[in-house]
Write a protein that binds this ligand. Structure first.
Ligand code: ADP
Length: 173
């Protein structure tokens, strides 16, 4: 359910990202957030500056496949300015994950900028689950491309998509 434009419900959290592809680190964060908020909207960003491996629709479907069992979570594709989409969804909270100190500077900048754009929307950070501190979508793509086993990092649905994207031998299609 989308709230009326202009409302910012603190019980609704929006978790934006590229999810190229969604990892078990993302999943862990979404599952924990689903216990904290009434609704979690996973906002899958269009390829603004990044060259993504997977198209927007597939990245969104994969998130849906991984967390589709959670009744208060949905995945939505979005394009354009994040803060506009936050308002469109009626969310009061932007959720981000922090893995290491190296995430901090960029996240701090983004959170500050989003507060300038709309002071009523809070950015909240969840620390990564400890088994996932090192995990990123980029690393998964890299390991998979080199023929490594990524089953500890992503769900089978994602491995299937990776195989389709590159072929099991990593040769590309
Ligand atoms: P972006 O390109 O916007 O950083 P990502 O899909 O890489 O999008 O990440 C989305 C969010 O999820 C970011 O806040 C990122 O810090 C967080 N995140 C990514 N990987 C993990 C992980 N392993 N554990 C916790 N949070 C993570």
């Amino acid at each position: 359910m989308t709230a009326a434009l202009g409302t910012r419900d603190p019980r609704v959290a929006l978790y934006p990202g590229t999810f190229d592809p969604v990892t078990k680190g993302h999943e862990d964060l979404i599952r924990r957030a689903s216990r904290l908020f009434d609704q979690v909207v996973v906002a899958v960003a269009a390829d603004a500056s990044k060259d993504t491996w997977f198209p927007l629709s597939q990245r969104t479907e994969l998130v849906e496949a991984v967390v589709g069992d959670l009744p208060n979570v949905r995945a939505v594709a979005f394009e354009g300015l994040l803060i506009d989409f936050v308002l469109q969804e009626g969310a009061g909270v932007i959720l981000r994950g922090l893995r290491a100190i190296s995430d901090f500077e960029y996240e701090f900048q983004m959170a500050s900028m989003n507060r300038k754009l709309d002071a009523e929307v809070e950015t909240l950070f969840l620390m990564t689950g400890e088994s996932y501190t090192y995990l990123s979508s980029g690393l998964v793509r890299e390991i998979f491309r080199m023929g490594g086993d990524v089953s500890a990092f992503v769900r089978p649905e994602v491995i299937h998509a990776l195989n389709q994207r590159l072929g099991p031998d990593g040769s590309g299609s």
